[in-house]
Design a protein around this ligand. Structure first.
Ligand code: 4NP
Length: 160
């Protein structure tokens, strides 16, 4: 069997945006019957929230759209750069931090998640942490459409 496509979603704290991307992407992949094609994880550029579950407000917003968020926060490690095929940053700051720490041979794996957003390619997923409930729902909506498009692109790439 072919090696899985290894995808890592990265934000700052790994308690809001990247666990949402991980959960939504996994849900879409399962629904497409493609779970054996992917290895999916998320991490943060910072370690302040390491060991914590996804933020309660983020879990609530995800649940309203039918997604369950799981896992515990962790920071990106040196091993991640070698292990994952696609390292997808939630915003421009995350992208910058990831590239600063990335060994040169793995730089091409590091991109903005929203490069795959059909509506606003190249935008950042806004950080919802210090805002209201609407911000968390907006994250889910952005992540949902972007994940759909990302999954299609990666599956097509895998067929070539
Ligand atoms: P995330 O959101 O990067 O989407 O997980 C944040 C989580 C925590 C903080 C900022 C953003 N913080 O400042 O602690």
């Amino acid at each position: 069997m072919a090696a899985p496509i290894r995808v890592l979603f990265v934000c700052l704290g790994n308690i809001c945006r990247s666990p949402t991307a991980e959960g939504v992407f996994r849900h879409l992949v399962d629904a497409a019957g493609a779970s054996d094609r992917f290895e999916i994880d998320s991490a943060g550029t910072g370690a302040w929230h390491a060991g914590e579950p996804p933020d309660r407000r983020m879990q609530q917003a995800a649940r309203r759209r039918g997604y369950t968020l799981e896992g515990k926060a962790r920071a990106v490690t040196a091993r991640d750069y070698a292990h994952f095929d696609h390292i997808l940053a939630m915003d421009g700051d995350n992208l910058h931090t990831l590239l600063e720490r990335c060994p040169p041979e793995h730089r091409s794996k590091v991109r903005l998640f929203r490069d795959h957003d059909p509506e606003h390619p190249g935008a950042s997923v806004p950080d919802p942490y210090y805002g209201g409930a609407d911000g968390f729902l907006e994250v889910v909506d952005i992540v949902e459409r972007t994940s759909r498009s990302l999954m299609q692109a990666l599956l097509q790439e895998g067929e070539r």
